[in-house]
Design a protein around this ligand. Structure first.
Ligand code: PLP
Length: 421
């Protein structure tokens, strides 16, 4: 397969840089190749130069049903003709809430929001209010949005602000521990009784798709119970993707609160915070959570139709089988090209990098990978019609099938030949 040319994208990118900083509206996009997409359909993206791409980035995760899923887009278009926000209630938000709570069955109440970032903040605030304590524990390599108290980078085990303009005093809000290390958490909880919450990505999808070791999430649950700490699962990636009930269902561990986003609304901007009635009802009793666009008509229509689809024809078995085949095939191709490409994680969200084989347990383990080499290779993949994140994550959607698999392997084979040359 010959390399794609992107003349029109290059022209548009030049114009975009005059309009918006870096030519992008989210800094995460600065690392990717500058491609202007004309449309997405199913598992495919089409750019302004007429090139097609098999999409494994899925809009950073939301496109779990594939691009422009007919039932969802039709429902959103139909419902939003009635208006979009009323600053009052409407019946679709009850239906969306019911379907949500039937899917995430450990939760008793839910609040809808727009982004994962703000909803993580709502969870932390609620935990502080419920416990009367101040700080929270999080883990190196997790991502909980781009705001001051959660945006960190860890250098040699020491947390630092990740952005210019960020006040380092905000990092005093949290302790940063290594993931998969229960001893570190035990020690900390014994020493400090001012901890309101432990917030965790149940699978470290933002750092190498690292899985919890056997019993780890259960131990987090026990420790939080022993110390009266609120356990928050950040299910923005795992929710509705690992299983209908997310990581809580997949691993059989129930948090006190959980934050959702991405896969729950077929591509529309919707997030959710869910938990026990006792905790969640604090939002009606002194704890503020607000948002002009929360539970808008199109958002609720998207949730209702997405959750209806996921409940009526659960794609989880199919996606798992497809992702497993894909992971195995990538490994086989890498061996054929004699390249140290390693693949780890869950079939629905896995991580690809260059480095030595063997599993890693935490963010520090990523140092054994050549992440820069993979980031550069992700551009080679884009040049061969495979759209992935430079940071290594691959998402598989319900729209990926045999056609996509064989096209991917053909394109990957060509990209690996370039890499091996
Ligand atoms: N939490 C996790 C685990 C995420 O992966 C993300 C985004 O990728 C967020 C929170 C923030 O979500 P949003 O980008 O919708 O603000």
């Amino acid at each position: 397969m010959s390399l794609l040319t992107r003349t029109r994208s290059a022209e548009l990118a030049e114009r975009a840089r005059e309009i918006t900083p870096g030519g992008v509206h989210s800094n995460v996009r600065l690392a990717g190749p500058s491609v202007f997409f004309e449309r997405g359909e199913g598992a495919w993206l089409y750019d302004e130069d007429g090139n097609d791409y098999i999409d494994y980035l899925l809009g950073q995760g939301p496109i779990f049903l594939g691009h422009a899923p007919r039932q969802v887009t039709d429902a959103v278009a139909r419902e939003m003709r009635r208006g979009s926000v009323f600053a009052g209630q409407h019946t679709l938000e009850n239906r969306a809430g019911e379907l949500f709570l039937e899917s995430v069955d450990w939760a008793e109440k839910v609040r809808f929001g727009v982004t994962g970032t703000e909803t993580d903040q709502a969870a932390l605030r609620l935990a502080r209010a419920a416990t009367g304590r101040t700080r929270f524990v999080r883990f190196a390599g997790t991502y909980h949005g781009w705001l001051d108290n959660v945006l960190i980078t860890t250098v040699d085990g020491v947390p630092r602000p990740a952005s210019a303009g960020q006040l380092s005093r905000h990092l005093d809000d949290s302790y940063v521990l290594p993931y998969n290390d229960t001893a570190a958490l035990e020690t900390l909880l014994d020493q400090d009784d001012d901890i309101a919450a432990v917030i965790v990505e149940p699978v470290l999808c933002n750092s190498g798709a690292i899985l919890p070791v056997e019993g780890y999430l259960h131990r987090l649950r026990e420790l939080c119970d022993q110390h009266g700490v609120v356990l928050i699962f950040d299910e923005v990636i795992t929710g509705f993707r690992l299983a209908l009930g997310g990581a809580a269902e997949y691993f059989g561990v129930t948090p006190d609160l959980a934050v959702y986003g991405k896969a729950m609304a077929g591509g529309w901007p919707v997030s959710a915070l869910a938990g026990s009635a006792t905790l969640m009802d604090l939002f009606a009793d002194g704890v503020t959570h607000a948002g002009t666009f929360n539970s808008s008509v199109p958002a609720c229509a998207a949730v209702v139709s997405t959750l209806t689809l996921l409940r009526e024809d659960p794609p989880y078995g199919r996606v798992h089988a497809h992702g497993t085949k894909l992971m195995d095939s990538i490994r086989e191709l890498a061996v054929q090209h004699d390249l140290p490409l390693r693949v780890q994680g869950l079939p629905v969200a896995f991580h690809v990098s260059f480095g030595s084989p063997g599993s890693i347990l935490d963010h520090a383990g990523l140092a054994s990978f050549d992440l820069d080499r993979y980031a550069a290779f992700s551009h080679t993949l884009a040049d061969h019609g495979i759209w992935v994140a430079p940071r290594g994550i691959w998402y598989v959607s319900a729209a990926h099938g045999d056609v996509e698999l064989s096209a991917t392997l053909e394109r990957l084979d060509a990209a690996l030949s370039v890499e091996a040359a």
